[in-house]
Design a protein around this ligand. Sequence first.
Ligand SMILES: [Cu+2]
Length: 104
Amino acid sequence: MPSLFRQVMAALLACIALSGALSAAESENRAQVIGTLHAVDAQKKVVNIDHPAIPEFKWPAMRMDFGVAKEVNLAPLKAGQKIQFTVTHSEKGGYLVTAISPAP
Ligand SMILES: [Cu+2]
């Protein structure tokens, strides 16, 4: 567990560092992405996702945890699924999954 935690933290820090130059333009505040869901914690509202590069945020491909917006229903999702999701970059600097569903 500690090593998984370090991996997750490293991925998060990489995302933060790489997105440091992100402009505040409205059009760059959101990205729609297809990825693979590795873990879902419906109670804590956290998902672990393998995502490809996300040019909107200047992120490389990686596996990382995302917080999920309160109103998003995680019940239909299962680990291992291909998913499409929306990541929204808030003004406070956080990244939140604001929509997620099985990939078509
Ligand atoms: Cu990432």
